[in-house]
Design a protein around this ligand. Structure first.
Ligand SMILES: Cc1cc2nc3c(=O)[nH]c(=O)nc-3n(C[C@H](O)[C@H](O)[C@H](O)COP(=O)(O)O)c2cc1C
Length: 415
């Protein structure tokens, strides 16, 4: 791995909850730079080109700006770090929080300064026991610390820092479900608008970012936008935590320049295919996205390049499958996961995911009929947009992609 590009997982940052070891490794300098000129924070993130790492790749500065201008001066405002991370194939936030929680917290504190928030919530999946334990210790170390005191002075009011265990449910990671949970309710997603920036926790403007997104922030403040942009390859900026899993020799979490090719991730870093098996496909960005095949190995793994292949980078999860794996079976398993994870609020989502899982199972086990296949294709047409959140759309995306990419596995002729 190219050391200069290890922005987040560099060994010097893996100091656990020890705040003074974090400061000794250069931590705190991002917050100092932010305190010196709070008005420059959001324009700096815009110039750096930082985008959301929680799946959608939304420009971070836009959300920050929307939260900063929402509400009235001095009203309650929240910054929430989303570390629910419950989707199969994504395993980055838990490592960030376990090994280097302070860079995430420092990013959240800089966010609080930028949007004038008086609440910071670290929303962490309790199934990641070590991660949540480290975050609790780390937050305890910031409380009463001198840098936090300077931040509160600048804010002109106390800053509440809280660690909240999530429901541990997949749906609990969706941003409006996060808000419901933080208000003490079941994590039911809500319709948008209003977006959290306008009306989030208890109606207060709320900035919600993924843990990896926030982890980048102190480094950008400390080193500048040009430095950050130069870490990426080609047009891409910064680095990315790729969760590589499946039929590769060395599955794991890889921090590489954003824009690293799929070929390089699997074959240079991941050691190639397991037991010399042939590469068949990769589920990009986790199970709610699309499949890429051998023809796409050259794709640069950044938001825009992956989108040009009609796919999405998502969280940066890459689940590799080899020849001999049934795509229909794998998709059936993912749809079962979504069916179990659907909150049940929107009947088309709950019933549609169960129905798709049933049809996929019949088709995979040789019990499927032409009518089953038609029913599956029909569901792909009618279900998108029928839920309050993106769960059903993600589930349909992977089914559609498998039908399009591997029609022969469904007994269909290639288009
Ligand atoms: C069903 C569902 C589950 C989600 N789970 C997570 C999650 O666990 N962590 C996360 O950061 N974002 C998750 N998201 C995306 C969030 O709604 C939100 O877009 C994200 O936290 C924003 O952070 P970012 O702008 O830094 O990417 C989920 C979205 C959906 C539709």
């Amino acid at each position: 791995m190219h050391e200069a590009n290890q922005l987040l997982l560099h060994p010097s940052r893996q100091v656990g909850a020890d705040l003074y070891a974090w400061f000794a490794a250069g931590g705190g300098e991002g917050l100092n730079a932010a305190l010196a000129d709070p008005a420059a924070i959001i324009p700096l993130l815009r110039d750096a080109g930082l985008r959301g790492m929680g799946g959608a790749g939304f420009p971070t500065w836009r959300k920050w700006e929307a939260t900063a201008v929402a509400g009235t001066p001095g009203c309650d405002r929240y910054v929430v770090c989303n570390a629910n991370e419950d989707e199969p194939g994504t395993f980055k936030d838990r490592h960030l929080l376990r090994w280097t929680p302070h860079q995430v917290i420092e990013g959240a504190l800089i966010a609080a300064l930028a949007v004038d928030a008086n609440h910071v919530v670290l929303y962490v999946n309790p199934h990641q026991e070590q991660a949540i334990a480290e975050v609790r210790k780390a937050v305890g170390q910031w409380r009463g610390s001198e840098p936090l005191g300077r931040l509160e002075k600048r804010l002109g009011r106390p800053l509440q820092m809280e660690v909240v265990a999530t429901s541990g449910r997949y749906i609990g990671g969706e941003e409006t479900a996060v808000i419901s949970w933080l208000e003490g309710n079941f994590p039911f997603p809500r319709r948008k608008p209003p977006f959290p920036a306008e009306s989030g926790v208890a109606g207060a403007p709320t900035l919600l970012n993924n843990a990896e997104t926030l982890a980048n922030v102190p480094h950008i403040l400390r080193n500048g936008a040009d430095w950050y942009r130069a870490l990426g390859l080609g047009e891409a900026v910064g680095t990315k935590l790729y969760s590589l899993s499946g039929d590769v020799l060395q599955p794991g979490l890889y921090e590489l320049p954003m824009g690293t090719s799929l070929q390089s991730l699997i074959f240079d870093h991941g050691g190639g295919m397991l037991e010399g098996k042939a590469f068949k496909a990769v589920f990009t960005g986790g199970p709610s996205n699309t499949l890429l095949t051998a023809a796409d190995l050259d794709v640069a793994l950044d938001f825009d390049s992956v989108r040009q292949r009609r796919s999405r980078l998502g969280t940066g999860a890459m689940i590799v499958v080899s020849e001999g794996t049934s795509i229909v079976r794998r998709v059936a398993e993912y749809i079962e996961f979504f069916a179990a994870g659907s909150c049940g609020q929107c009947p088309p989502c709950k019933c549609g995911t169960f129905q798709m899982a049933r049809l996929l199972d019949r088709l995979d086990t040789g019990h499927g009929t032409v009518d089953d296949l038609r029913a599956l294709q029909n569901l792909c047409r009618i279900l998108p947009g029928s839920g309050r959140c993106g769960l059903i759309d993600g589930a349909v995306t992977v089914v559609e992609s498998s039908l399009h990419t591997f029609p022969q596995e469904y007994g269909l002729a290639r288009a």
